[in-house]
Ligand binder design. Structure first.
Ligand code: ADP
Ligand code: MG
Length: 505
């Protein structure tokens, strides 16, 4: 049987960087094919070559056994290839139907609205895609906007649908619903390529797997005949550590106590409403929730970066509600912010300068306010090595490091002062498996040392892997706090979507 799609020896360079180094990919018709790999492995680039966005520097593409030189996205669409991008390309003020037909060349001005609506409805019922055709896209949650993208691609007659990391923006329930649609697509004769780096998703919905590593095909597998361990090994190129059993939380000393906290967002709307929580020494309290439900404002209040409008915060029993960032930090609180490039680092500075940022005014880095570059470089080199920053060059410019190494610099600076409270926000966002593992190990090490950790993350796997207790934020409130053992993914997902009743045991 000829495969629907064969990509053979595809090469693509960006200047000096070889993004694709002779990649082969073979996709059978009516399969859901996972394209897996760490960040930067070349997944999006390979699919952009398929979609005609990039001209390859070598290799060839066969569609149903025939040579296809794909001249551009228009050509790709004409050949039945559709792409559901990571960032939706919809026009917010227009309706669902308008977005679906927009830009379709066959539609023209001649087709009457009724005919178009009828076509869209047919697609919706055939593929089980529920969304109000008259709703404005801007009023829809992301999960539904994604359905509009899918309809758009189907409307253009695509047989091969490429999803680039479609689940990154979805709640667990939305992921399940998306996968139901993907299964229907397959039943109805479509072929799907699903880009992801989440192993759970691979097992939930795919038939075959291609793993990319560093721009090469690291292996092709049949999903039902492989294991998570084997896939992870191919992705990372080495064995992963076993998840260790964790001891229960250490002491019962309360480190952070927040009661009745209120705060406004940057736009002046209520962002936090009557938030209460405690974090003990040696404990990780996870804050789960979809981004934008008050998590950022909570972290900023605790760090003294945002003034609360109500309530109070105590650290080690002392009222810190009115403390600014300097005092907060001086009290043994450190912060790994969500946006490491803007808040965590000065990108134009060296690694060494970033590692001592905030401490540079005092000894040993400065005497009477005069910086000692040699001491800074020496200390920077030590910390860079200790926190596995690659390259371990204290004089490298922070902005040129990979995301994982930038995060290691932030951790190196924040954790080296033995804090008693650590506030971390989205610590593994954008990091690959190896770097994520590294960050998690460092945090658990701090927990074992007795630090209290407030972990804010929209990744449920991360929250569940690290937390002793889990609080869920929704629309500025903590809607439930559960012991980790009771926090099933389903229950957390419902709470994150605003179903407060799921909090009751
Ligand atoms: N337009 C581009 N210009 C320069 N480098 C790029 C471009 N697109 C991707 N890259 C680089 O190519 C490599 C592969 O990237 P990408 O295909 O996006 O990986 P993935 O989707 O697997 O995370 C990365 O090192 C990335 O930085
Ligand atoms: Mg990508």
């Amino acid at each position: 049987m000829t495969a629907l799609l064969e990509m053979q020896g595809i090469r693509k360079r960006f200047g000096e960087l070889v993004a694709l180094d002779g990649v082969d990919l073979s996709v059978e018709e009516r399969d859901v094919h996972a394209l897996l790999g760490e960040n930067g492995a070349g997944k999006s680039t390979l699919m952009n070559v398929l979609y005609g966005l990039y001209a390859p520097d070598g290799g060839r593409i066969l569609l149903r056994g025939e040579d296809a030189r794909i001249g551009g996205p228009r050509d790709a669409i004409a050949r039945g290839i559709g792409m559901i991008h990571q960032h939706f390309m919809l026009i917010p003020p227009l309706t669902v139907t308008e977005n679906v037909v927009l830009g379709d060349e066959r539609t023209g001005a001649l087709l009457d609205r009724r005919v178009i609506r009828e076509r869209v409805r047919e697609l919706q019922s055939r593929f089980g895609i529920e969304v109000d055709p008259d709703a404005r896209v801007e009023d829809l949650p992301l999960g539904l906007q994604q359905r509009v993208e899918i309809l758009k691609v189907l409307y253009r007659g695509s047989d091969l649908l490429v999803f680039d990391e479609p689940t990154a923006v979805l709640t667990p329930q939305e992921v399940d619903e998306l996968f139901a649609i993907v299964r229907t697509l397959r039943e109805q004769g479509k072929t799907v390529i699903l880009i992801t780096h989440k192993l759970r998703e691979v097992f939930a919905v795919t038939d075959r797997i291609t793993v990319l590593r560093l721009g090469r095909n690291a292996g092709s597998l049949v999903t039902s005949a492989t294991t998570a361990g084997e896939i992870a090994r191919l992705m990372v190129g080495r064995e992963l550590r076993e998840l260790r059993p964790r001891a229960t939380a250490g002491s019962r000393d309360v480190v952070l106590e927040v009661t009745g906290l209120g705060a406004l967002s940057d736009r002046g709307t209520p962002a936090l409403l009557d938030v209460g929580l405690t974090v003990h020494a040696g404990e990780v309290l996870g804050i789960a929730g979809i981004g934008g439900n008050g998590q950022s404002e909570l972290a900023e209040c605790i760090m003294g970066l945002r003034r609360p409008t109500a309530g109070d915060m105590r650290i080690g029993g002392a009222d810190v509600s009115r403390d600014g960032p300097r005092r907060t930090r001086a009290g043994g609180v450190c912060y790994v912010p969500e946006d490491r490039r803007r808040e965590g680092l000065v990108l134009a500075f060296t690694v060494a300068d970033n590692l001592i940022l905030g401490k540079q005014a005092g000894p040993p880095y400065a005497t009477f306010g005069v910086l000692d570059p040699q001491v800074i470089e020496r200390e920077g080199a030590l910390l860079a090595r200790e926190f596995d920053v690659r390259p371990p060059n204290p004089l490298a410019i922070a902005g040129n490091l990979s995301g994982g190494n930038q995060q290691k610099v932030v951790l190196g600076r924040e954790l080296s002062s033995s804090p008693r409270l650590i506030v971390v926000s989205q610590p593994s966002r954008g990091l690959d498996i190896a770097a994520t593992e590294y960050v998690h190990d460092r945090l658990l090490e701090q927990r074992a040392r007795g630090a209290a950790i407030l972990l804010i993350s929209s990744e449920l796997d991360e929250i569940r892997a690290l937390s002793d207790r889990i609080a869920v934020m929704y629309e500025g409130r903590i809607v439930a706090t559960l012991p980790a053992a009771e926090a099933t993914e389903e229950r957390l997902g419902l709470l994150m979507a605003g179903h407060e009743s799921a909090g009751a045991a």
